[in-house]
Design a protein around this ligand. Structure first.
Ligand SMILES: NC(=O)c1ccc[n+]([C@@H]2O[C@H](COP(=O)([O-])OP(=O)(O)OC[C@H]3O[C@@H](n4cnc5c(N)ncnc54)[C@H](OP(=O)(O)O)[C@@H]3O)[C@@H](O)[C@H]2O)c1
Length: 220
């Protein structure tokens, strides 16, 4: 496989990230994964990525730009995991936004955001008292900020994530599709590889569930 540039994965010890890293390495990319805890480094190396310990909740824009030096793409696959509204805002929104600004500063061209299928619509329909609202708002604001940058972004909107193996086939849906079906995390990892490898989904968002259309055909 021809040598390609460096991809930095934020949230490098996450489930999607650990599935995406070896696929990106196989596609010829060098992968640098940002993790919170040094003890996660071995898992990241096993996934064919170079671990860098950096808590993105604490890191400012300059530190993030330094971590992105020389990279051609950044993938944001971190998340506070819900439950704590302050952490959700700090990671899923504020750290994400700093990482976008840092990517621009570092001259990164491509930015892939792992968002979720209803991040454009939930904010308008959910009760603000809903326990899901802080996550919906954080992802919505982060996605909006990404659209305002000059980065060549792809906002990925999977449905409910599962541990199913990748089928390699998906169903692309509209942002306001009321139904939320499931998406295999490994299919998300395959989509990350596809959009970085083939420059698909440029400056656009793609919502997708598991389906029957080959990824390369469904996402152009
Ligand atoms: N759950 C769903 O059904 C669903 C649906 C659609 C989209 N999504 C989105 O998909 C994303 C990725 O999913 P996933 O299953 O791969 O999530 P995951 O396994 O929970 O991975 C998230 C990663 O973010 C890392 N992280 C959290 N705070 C951090 C910080 N301050 N600095 C650096 N890293 C930090 C976590 O690190 P630690 O390992 O140290 O905790 C974890 O490894 C989620 O975050 C969510 O926004 C989820």
């Amino acid at each position: 496989m021809a040598e390609r540039g460096t991809v930095v994965i934020i949230g490098g010890h996450g489930k999607i990230a650990l599935l995406a890293a070896p696929k990106l390495a196989e596609a010829g990319f060098s992968v640098r994964s940002l993790i919170r805890k040094a003890e996660q480094a071995e898992d990241v190396r096993s996934a064919q990525a170079e671990p860098v310990v950096l808590d993105v909740e604490e890191a400012g824009t300059a530190a993030l730009a330094e971590a992105f030096a020389g990279a051609e793409a950044v993938v944001f696959s971190a998340g506070a995991g819900g439950g704590n509204p302050e952490r959700t805002r700090a990671v899923d929104q504020d750290a994400a936004i700093r990482s976008m600004d840092a990517a621009e500063q570092a001259g990164v061209s491509r930015y892939v955001m792992v968002s979720y299928a209803r991040s454009e619509t939930d904010i308008h329909t959910l009760d603000t008292d809903s326990s899901f609202y802080p996550y919906a708002a954080a992802k919505h604001h982060a996605d909006n900020h990404l659209r305002s940058t000059k980065l060549n972004y792809a906002i990925l909107g999977p449905g409910k994530l599962t541990e199913e193996p990748a089928s390699g086939t998906v169903r692309v849906v509209e942002a306001d599709d009321a139904e939320v079906a499931s998406t295999s995390r490994e299919n998300v990892a395959e989509v990350i590889r596809h959009v970085l490898q083939s420059d698909a989904a440029e400056r656009t968002r793609v919502n997708f569930f598991d389906g029957s259309t080959p990824i390369a055909e469904a996402i152009r």
